[in-house]
Design a protein around this ligand. Structure first.
Ligand code: DAK
Length: 242
């Protein structure tokens, strides 16, 4: 049995993480199924992907706490790598990906939404990175993607203190693009996906790549180029005054 349901609606793919009894928490099997489902998407006939969670209560309530508590160091590292690889696959999927956040987006669930291009939320959505309260750090890229998505101070507060952010605040922070009553979330996500799919696919894909490549030009690189500029300027000043 797969923990992923996939439906094709015209040019739009809808991928549902389907482990409702555990609020769609990500265990190794869910991650493996998600990975396989992403690989199976026909990119010739799909122009936009929506990712959501099964049920009315939760998008994804995090990595599976029960499973994580049993992992050895090596297994934990493999689990972290698996999650990071799958989320990077979503981030770099050639087509735009919309997260339809229908409830809890906690820990790995918040991180999953952050690996998508666009987040739309239901009114009951709650975002948080509660890992420090569990004695761990966000393991699937949250420290990096959250701080690049919203105000850095608020991202740090969410990560250090585990502050929960409900849908209206998520909207004001720019964490989500829009908030809808629960029953309107998927129709709204479909409508946006269809608008994206109606545009020239090559242009849309080129734009996704351009935006992502731009964001990957890291501040470290900018800092080191600024440092070498400053160093060159200082050398010039030193020579002038010598
Ligand atoms: N993992 C496993 N099961 C979960 C779960 C989770 N994250 N969240 C919920 N469930 C399960 C519950 O155990 C319960 O199962 P049964 O007892 O019925 O078998 C079922 O879902 C329904 O949950 P509740 O009965 O608790 O439902 P409530 O409405 O009362 O509460 C809740 C909903 C979301 C507030 C609560 O379930 C909750 O607090 N869940 C935990 C949320 C959480 O802390 N998530 C963050 C996980 S930390 C790393 C890799 C990855 C990560 C870190 C490091 N490395 C490799 C370094 C990622 C970490 C995380 O994501």
């Amino acid at each position: 049995m797969s923990y992923i349901k996939y439906e094709q609606n015209g040019f739009v793919g809808v991928l549902t993480i389907d482990r409702e009894k555990a609020l769609n928490a990500l265990n190794s099997e869910v991650l493996a199924d998600l990975d396989a489902a992403l690989d199976a998407i026909d990119l010739d006939s799909t122009r936009c992907l929506i990712i959501t969670g099964a049920g009315q209560k939760s998008f994804v309530a995090g990595a599976d706490i029960g499973e994580m508590s049993t992992l050895t160091k090596a297994e934990g590292e493999a689990f972290g790598k698996k999650g990071n690889d799958v989320f990077r696959k979503i981030e770099t999927l050639p087509i735009p990906v919309i997260a339809a956040v229908n409830g809890f987006a906690l820990g790995g669930g918040c991180e999953l939404s952050l690996s998508c291009d666009i987040r739309l939320a239901a009114e009951n959505a709650v975002f948080a990175q509660p890992e420090t309260g569990l004695g761990i750090t966000p393991g699937f890229g949250g420290t990096q993607r959250l701080a690049r998505t919203i105000n850095v101070g608020k991202a740090k507060e969410m990560i250090y203190a585990g502050t929960k952010v409900k849908a209206p605040e998520a909207l004001s922070l720019g964490l989500v693009n829009a908030v809808y009553p629960a029953e309107e979330l998927m129709p709204a996500a479909m409508k946006l996906a269809e608008r994206i799919a109606a545009n020239a696919p090559i242009a849309v894909r080129a734009c996704k790549k351009a935006v992502n490549d731009g964001l990957r030009s890291t501040w470290m690189r900018q800092l080191s180029s600024k440092r070498s500029c400053s160093a060159a300027a200082s050398r010039r000043r030193i020579r002038k005054t010598a």
